[in-house]
Design a protein around this ligand. Structure first.
Ligand SMILES: *[C@@H]1O[C@H](CO)[C@@H](O)[C@H](O)[C@H]1NC(C)=O
Ligand SMILES: *[C@@H]1O[C@H](CO)[C@@H](O)[C@H](O)[C@H]1NC(C)=O
Ligand SMILES: *[C@@H]1O[C@H](CO)[C@@H](O)[C@H](O)[C@H]1NC(C)=O
Ligand SMILES: *[C@@H]1O[C@H](CO)[C@@H](O)[C@H](O)[C@H]1NC(C)=O
Ligand SMILES: *[C@@H]1O[C@H](CO)[C@@H](O)[C@H](O)[C@H]1NC(C)=O
Ligand SMILES: *[C@@H]1O[C@H](CO)[C@@H](O)[C@H](O)[C@H]1NC(C)=O
Ligand SMILES: *[C@@H]1O[C@H](CO)[C@@H](O)[C@H](O)[C@H]1NC(C)=O
Ligand SMILES: *[C@@H]1O[C@H](CO)[C@@H](O)[C@H](O)[C@H]1NC(C)=O
Length: 381
């Protein structure tokens, strides 16, 4: 008993997280901003609708099961040189170090050209960091996770993580990527297994991402409600991706994070030759992402290009409550209100960040993107 108490005090899984916000049910979409512009960030061939258009066109809605659906339109014919409608939403609140975010979904978007993501971003990019929790493309078999930061944050190949270690340097163009090794984290298998849950701990001791397919979701999460706390992380097992603070000073490389859910098509990852061809090159007559997918009928190509989400919940530790002026950046309820109330923290700041995000990926893929534009004309400006 004494030993257990002693051991539990050594790990951050002894933390208690109180609920700050539950994005769920009929009010799921209330506290997000809709992008309302074409994808000028990752150069996907989509228009991310504003709130009213997304709702009236049926691309963001609550279904009969009470779940939030975010989708690519599959009922429209897209003429050559035009874009397809979809959605990108960003939380109005930012969540500081000391947060825990949990997403429970029963379906993830997939299919050739489809690039979905559930990720977080600071105000300035890459200065305030980015955490990619769900980010896979096309019909890749498994999810990938990553951090994006300034130089100086790395990911050691000795951490207690179950994912596949792919990249050390979090400032590299791809980020410090980890490939999911648990079954059914993406593609058709995710929904076939009943969906699953991701939990992301954004802590001074590190950033840790867990994934469980439905059958393996721990009781502390499956039994949580939209008002209860998360007090027991002891059954969670090792995370899929583990970024300990020993090689990445979290408070130095990460500011408060907004959560983002989006789907784009093609663009500077899913659409570039080698990435697209890896799983989809032979799926259409041209072998090109835009021509073979975005153009023409939307069904059946985009019938699976949707998120169906039970909830996204944001939690905070008591220890996360900072002193002013950092309070504006924290995720405690009162501080959340402060962030929400200061509009200057949203708007242009997030767009600068996103611009940086696309520049970074753009460098990574510049040759392929340029070649694609010249040869295929499939990147629309
Ligand atoms: C929270 O759960 C209750 C009971 O299931 C439900 O009535 C309510 O609508 C939920 N609230 C939100 C914000 O999801
Ligand atoms: C939403 O976007 C459409 C199309 O760009 C535009 O006509 C409409 O005014 C926008 N609505 C709002 C509320 O901004
Ligand atoms: C990480 O470590 C494992 C085990 O030592 C090794 O097999 C693997 O090659 C390493 N990966 C990288 C990218 O260094
Ligand atoms: C981590 O960064 C913070 C903020 O920049 C700094 O105050 C702190 O001393 C750093 N910690 C270590 C161990 O370097
Ligand atoms: C992708 O596949 C298509 C069709 O097979 C081919 O024309 C194209 O050269 C390939 N691109 C790359 C970058 O491999
Ligand atoms: C779009 O996809 C959904 C499944 O996500 C399907 O039920 C629906 O019939 C499709 N719409 C059209 C117009 O084919
Ligand atoms: C938070 O933002 C929403 C939407 O912009 C606004 O309606 C609400 O009044 C804000 N809350 C506070 C406390 O400023
Ligand atoms: C993307 O479009 C938005 C909205 O028009 C604009 O504010 C932002 O500066 C653009 N970003 C880039 C990188 O072009």
């Amino acid at each position: 008993m004494l030993l257990l108490v002693f051991l539990s005090s050594l790990f951050s899984n002894a933390a208690s997280y109180s609920l700050v916000r539950s994005y769920s049910g009929q009010t799921f979409f209330d506290d997000w901003d809709f992008y309302g512009y074409w994808d000028n960030l990752t150069l996907g061939d989509v228009w991310w609708l504003n709130r009213s258009d997304a709702m009236t066109q049926g691309l963001a809605y609550i279904n009969d099961a009470g779940r939030a659906v975010i989708k690519v339109v599959n009922s429209s014919n897209v003429p050559f040189n035009q874009k397809r409608n979809t959605v990108r939403i960003t939380t109005q609140d930012s969540y500081g170090v000391g947060s825990l975010w949990i997403l429970d979904a029963v379906h993830l978007p997939y299919g050739c050209s489809v690039w979905p993501s559930f990720w977080t971003k600071g105000i300035l990019w890459p200065n305030d960091g980015e955490i990619d929790i769900i980010e896979a493309v096309n019909i890749m078999p498994a999810n990938q996770m990553a951090l994006h930061t300034l130089t100086g944050c790395t990911h050691p190949n000795t951490t207690n993580e179950v994912g596949a270690y792919l990249e050390a340097d979090c400032s590299s163009s791809a980020g410090c990527t980890v490939g999911e090794t648990k079954a059914n984290s993406f593609n058709a298998g995710f929904a076939a297994a009943g969906g699953g849950v991701w939990a992301t701990q954004f802590d001074v001791s590190g950033i840790f991402i867990w994934f469980w397919s439905r059958a393996n979701v721990p009781a502390s999460i499956s039994q949580a409600t939209n008002t209860s706390a998360i007090t027991d992380l002891s059954q969670w097992g090792p995370p899929s991706a583990s970024y300990p603070a020993s090689t990445c000073n979290i408070t130095e490389f990460f500011g408060p994070q907004q959560l983002v859910l989006d789907i784009t098509l093609c663009g500077i990852w899913a659409g570039i030759g080698p990435v697209y061809n890896a799983t989809c090159g032979s799926s259409g007559p041209t072998g090109l992402c835009y021509q073979d997918n975005v153009v023409g009928a939307g069904s059946p190509k985009y019938d699976n290009a949707y998120f169906e989400i039970n909830y996204v919940r944001a939690y905070a530790t008591g220890a996360a409550v900072p002193t002013p002026p950092a309070a504006a950046a924290d995720n405690a309820p009162s501080a959340t209100t402060t962030v929400n109330g200061s509009g200057g923290l949203k708007g242009s700041g997030s767009q600068r960040l996103d611009a940086g995000r696309s520049w970074s990926l753009g460098i990574f893929c510049a040759v392929q993107v340029l070649a694609g534009m010249i040869l295929g004309g499939y990147m629309l400006w």
